[in-house]
Design a binder for this molecule. Structure first.
Ligand SMILES: Cc1cc2nc3c(=O)[nH]c(=O)nc-3n(C[C@H](O)[C@H](O)[C@H](O)COP(=O)(O)OP(=O)(O)OC[C@H]3O[C@@H](n4cnc5c(N)ncnc54)[C@H](O)[C@@H]3O)c2cc1C
Length: 368
């Protein structure tokens, strides 16, 4: 029998247990769920027996196999990276974007193209703030997309701004998100009950997913202030085993071990470090900061990337063969750890895999 999708279960199992990923998609679906900075909480009891807030949450029951069929029309053969058509290196050909972008500026190039060409009325992004947590941002033009370039390593609930835009009448929005955010959008797109309303994810016409192995608690920003002595932080990066905060007075390095206390526990239960359900996923290359790794997953993603390359805004080159085992090894390591944690009863058992998928993880990554 299907379990109830009660908002009170979302409150108890996800929010109060600390499992909330702060994707932000439930914010605005009803008047009872609000954000304060990066936190999401119920401000009032909800007695409904059924709610979309529960259904779309990336930490409530999620059937990975059904989602593959829903998004790509097929089950996967690659249990590490999921469904994809092509994996490439890519970078922007626009100097302004490469200067502003975290690495090759691929995400900003694609988002700016969608907005400037009129294919999307806006882009749901995350905008860094001086020395504090970033904020959700709905960019309506290229300048605004560029102002959001760069990585912020906390869990900004940026999908709340998608709801605001859609409920305010916008159509066709590009969305850039962490893997949990893309997962939430796909869960919402898959809802079939015709009486369901407020399905803002149906207005997303291009999903750009980010690689993400974990996010940090908001308190990380105060900690960083002590390291940078209050200097204005211009850029953050995590190139290897340390974080680099670039300030007007130079770079400050923080060893990764000092960040561990701020890693959000829910990220340790995340099964999807590469945004497997996005149209395209973008990450670093781990060895060349001028380029990005670009995973083209859907035919729509492929068509858009091809168009952007044809206009001369983006260039790609083959993904180096010797790098793939390194990427797969990191992904399988994470997925195996998550399955172990969940099997030991740590956290809410949200994942629903069939035996082929579970076996694929068990056997994957060996010999890499
Ligand atoms: C929390 C986090 C963890 C990451 N971990 C990894 C990792 O382990 N390995 C890896 O290869 N790559 C990781 N990335 C991705 C990487 O940092 C770059 O975002 C990616 O390579 C795209 O680079 P770019 O030059 O195209 O980005 P840009 O063109 O600079 O665009 C970056 C985009 O990221 C969005 N953004 C910034 N912060 C957030 C946030 N907190 N939540 C959602 N969106 C955000 C902005 O809106 C902007 O549109 C992570 C990103 C984030 C946000």
């Amino acid at each position: 029998m299907e379990q109830s999708k009660m908002p009170s279960r979302l409150r108890k199992e996800v929010m109060e247990s600390g499992d909330c990923t702060r994707c932000g998609l439930c914010v605005g679906l009803c008047p009872y769920i609000k954000t304060q900075h990066e936190h999401i909480a119920f401000i009032h009891d909800c007695s409904r027996v059924d709610g979309n807030c529960y259904r779309v949450c990336p930490r409530t029951q999620t059937n990975w196999v059904d989602l593959d069929r829903q998004v790509f029309g097929t089950e996967r053969t690659d249990h590490g990276l999921g469904n994809y058509l092509e994996i490439l290196y890519a970078r922007s050909l626009n100097k302004e974007i490469t200067r502003a972008g975290q690495y090759g500026g691929v995400v900003s190039t694609l988002a700016a193209y969608m907005v400037e060409s009129g294919q999307s009325q806006g882009a749901v992004l995350t905008r860094g703030e001086d020395n504090g947590p970033p904020t959700p941002y709905l960019a309506r033009n290229r300048e605004e997309v560029l102002a959001c370039a760069g990585s912020n390593y906390s869990a900004s609930p940026s999908l709340s701004i998608l709801n605001e835009g859609v409920f305010g009448g916008l159509e066709d929005l590009t969305t850039v998100g962490r893997p949990c955010q893309i997962l939430a959008l796909r869960k919402m797109q898959g809802l079939t009950d015709p009486s369901q309303h407020n399905l803002s994810a149906r207005k997303v016409n291009f999903m750009i997913g980010l690689f993400c192995f974990w996010t940090l608690e908001t308190e990380f920003y105060s900690f960083l202030q002590t390291k940078t002595e209050g200097e204005r932080i211009l850029r953050l990066d995590i190139p290897q085993n340390y974080l680099v905060a670039t300030t007007e007075k130079g770079d400050v390095q923080v060893p990764i071990d000092e960040l561990r206390a701020f890693v959000r526990p829910t990220c340790l239960r995340c099964f999807d470090p590469t945004a497997e359900f996005a149209d395209v996923s973008v990450g670093s290359t781990e060895n060349d900061p001028e380029w990005n790794t670009l995973v083209i997953r859907s035919f729509k993603g492929q068509e858009i990337v091809n168009r952007v390359c044809t206009t001369g805004l983006l260039e790609t080159k083959p993904y180096p063969e010797e790098r793939l085992p390194l990427l797969l090894s990191a992904v399988y390591k994470k997925k195996k750890r998550v399955l172990e944690e969940l099997n030991q009863g740590k956290g809410y058992a949200y994942l629903n895999l069939n035996s082929d998928y579970a076996k694929g993880i068990e056997e994957g990554g060996t010999g890499l």
